[in-house]
Design a binder for this molecule. Structure first.
Ligand code: AMP
Length: 208
């Protein structure tokens, strides 16, 4: 099971990705998470990535391609994996295709207004990384339900950065729909989380 989950920011791809990996027991490879971890650990890769992420720009293809290929080479990816946030450009998709062939690409579609509304409300736990938002608000404002950690708003979820990221998505990432052709599975990301997951599961059962 080699799959990709793609869609604009705030389309719910992270949420769906978490459910898929839990149900199908495959590694969840989120390039955004790996880059943020490198930034927190102040690695050389993290320092390069921060310069771009802080401006709402994409990290250069070569940097991300190497990082992903190193991750996919690990033993736990032999039976399959889920890529979340990668590939994001045509060059990345081509690099991935040369390395390995993904079977299905789930495309979560939402209008830009929905993305902006969801991202502006998104908060993340500074301790365990759990995400809260419009659909899943925390029980107490600013406090994580699971570990009581402090919730924060990501720098790149600030209103002025959201528009840059959405423009980047439409220009750089949307062309992948043509590249993947019949492997694309279109999903309505404005539907409830459970309804979207059911559609994904139906397709994935066919791959088992
Ligand atoms: P995400 O958490 O997926 O929204 O990623 C956060 C930020 O990390 C993005 O806005 C980009 O700056 C960077 N990033 C994540 N994945 C990629 C990728 N595949 N290619 C380039 N930049 C990426």
């Amino acid at each position: 099971m080699k799959i990709v989950v793609m869609g604009p920011q705030g389309s719910g791809k992270g949420t769906q990705a978490e459910r898929i990996v839990k149900e199908y027991k495959i590694p969840h490879i989120s390039t955004g998470d790996i880059l943020r971890k490198n930034i927190a650990d102040k690695t050389p890769l993290g320092k390069t990535a921060k310069l771009h992420i802080d401006k709402g720009e994409l990290v250069p293809d070569a940097v991300v391609n190497d990082m992903v290929q190193e991750r996919l080479g690990k033993k736990d990816c032999k039976k399959g994996y889920l890529l979340d946030g990668y590939p994001r450009t045509l060059n990345q998709a081509k690099a991935l295709e040369r390395y390995d062939k993904v079977e299905k690409v789930f495309l979560l579609e939402v209008p830009d207004e929905v993305s902006v509304r969801r991202l502006s409300a998104r908060r993340q736990c500074s301790t365990c990384g759990k995400i809260f938002g419009i659909d899943i608000p925390p029980k107490r404002e600013g406090v994580c339900d699971s570990c009581k950690g402090r919730l924060f708003q990501r720098d790149d979820d600030m209103p002025e950065k959201i528009n840059t990221r959405l423009k980047e998505y439409h220009k750089e990432t949307e062309p992948l729909v043509g590249f993947y052709g019949k492997r694309i599975v279109r999903l309505d990301g404005t539907k409830p989380i459970d309804a979207v997951f059911k559609e994904i599961a139906k397709v994935l059962e066919g791959l088992r």
